[in-house]
Design a protein. Structure first.
Length: 122
């Protein structure tokens, strides 16, 4: 039996978005987004929690309190929970690489009952 050791960091950020539909844009509304990142050390060595948390926080702080539709990434892309998850995965992954770690799962929720996940499988 192989044991896999990972870190799990849960973060929250407030940001608003408006869905784009064929007949126009919906109403702007705010969510408290829940972002859960699961991280694995590349060399099975300990990573300081503070370093992981700071790297994730730096990414999340860049859009805290903002209207996602106005960010460059979402100018043409609909800011759905699925697309927000892909965007965050792409932003957080290189930050973890700098810490000799790997983002193996991200879960982004726009409500307590709805989340979208990306899991890296080897």
């Amino acid at each position: 039996m192989a044991l896999v050791h990972t870190y799990k960091i849960k973060s929250y950020v407030n940001a608003s978005h408006a869905m784009r539909w064929a007949d126009g844009e919906g109403k702007q509304h705010t969510h408290t987004w829940e972002i859960i990142c699961e991280i694995k050390s590349k060399n099975d060595e300990m990573i300081v929690f503070r370093d992981i948390e700071q790297a994730i926080s730096d990414v999340l702080d860049s859009f805290s309190g903002k209207f996602l539709n106005k960010l460059p990434y979402f100018k043409e892309i609909n800011p759905t929970v699925e697309n927000v998850t892909v965007w965050l995965f792409d932003l957080i992954t290189p930050e973890m690489e700098r810490l000799s770690a790997r983002l193996i799962r991200i879960e982004v929720g726009e409500s307590p009952t709805r989340s979208y996940c990306i899991t890296v499988e080897d």
